[in-house]
Design a protein around this ligand. Structure first.
Ligand SMILES: CC(C)(COP(=O)(O)OP(=O)(O)OC[C@H]1O[C@@H](n2cnc3c(N)ncnc32)[C@H](O)[C@@H]1OP(=O)(O)O)[C@@H](O)C(=O)NCCC(=O)NCCS
Length: 173
């Protein structure tokens, strides 16, 4: 992988077949990150919709884990889930970092790692969908060379406008 830096009690793990415990923690992190982002509880049905994204064929999950001394357990503090689609597109299904660990570069490193992994597989196109109002995420994606492609369409649950962002990959990505 592209070697995200591990420091202190933070470690990076890549898995192609996440455990149910991984999935539960990622769903929970997604819900709290979205609630923090939107200042309101996520739409009903979000939990099931997010969990279902973990069962879409050929996937790569990268998690950033923090060892919690008090509970002696590892807690997922950031993750990126990419699906390698049959049409040759690498699709970033989910990316989130915990609100207490945002703004320190984890989101960018997870995104750069996902781009690297897609190029490593020989895929030439990387895509994701993002809400037009998600300024932090759009700035992050633009900073790694992604561009908005196509017109806005409503989010399947909440109806907010969504756009697709794309980056064409090459072997040196
Ligand atoms: C989007 C998200 C993953 C960014 O994670 P992060 O770990 O905070 O990101 P980073 O610290 O790596 O920041 C990378 C870049 O993102 C942009 N960014 C991050 N937070 C931002 C904010 N609050 N406002 C504007 N830009 C922001 C900046 O361009 C930043 O680069 P800079 O620090 O050089 O200015 C995180 O905010 C999140 O989990 N949001 C909720 C879930 C979500 O919306 N996911 C994306 C769905 S498409």
């Amino acid at each position: 992988m592209s070697l995200l830096p591990a420091k202190n009690d933070i470690a990076i793990r890549v898995t192609l077949s996440p455990s149910q415990g991984d999935i539960d923690q990622c769903v929970s992190l997604w819900l709290s990150a979205v609630e923090n982002r939107d200042n309101r509880a996520p739409a009903s049905g979000t939990s099931a919709r997010v969990a279902a994204k973990f069962a879409i064929g050929d996937q790569r999950l990268v998690v950033v884990e923090r060892f919690n001394i008090a509970s002696t357990r590892k807690q997922i503090r950031g993750f990126a889930l990419t699906t390698f689609r049959a049409d040759g597109v690498a699709y970033l299904e989910l990316l989130a970092t915990h609100s207490r660990h945002q703004g320190i570069g984890l989101g960018r490193q997870l995104t750069e790692d996902a781009l690297w992994a897609a190029a490593e597989r020989g895929l030439t196109r990387f895509e994701l969908d993002v809400r037009t109002g998600n300024v932090a995420a759009i700035r992050l994606y633009e900073s790694v060379g992604m561009k908005i492609t196509g017109l806005a369409t409503p989010h399947p649950l909440g109806g907010e406008p969504m756009v697709t962002m794309t980056r064409i990959l090459n072997a040196s990505s």
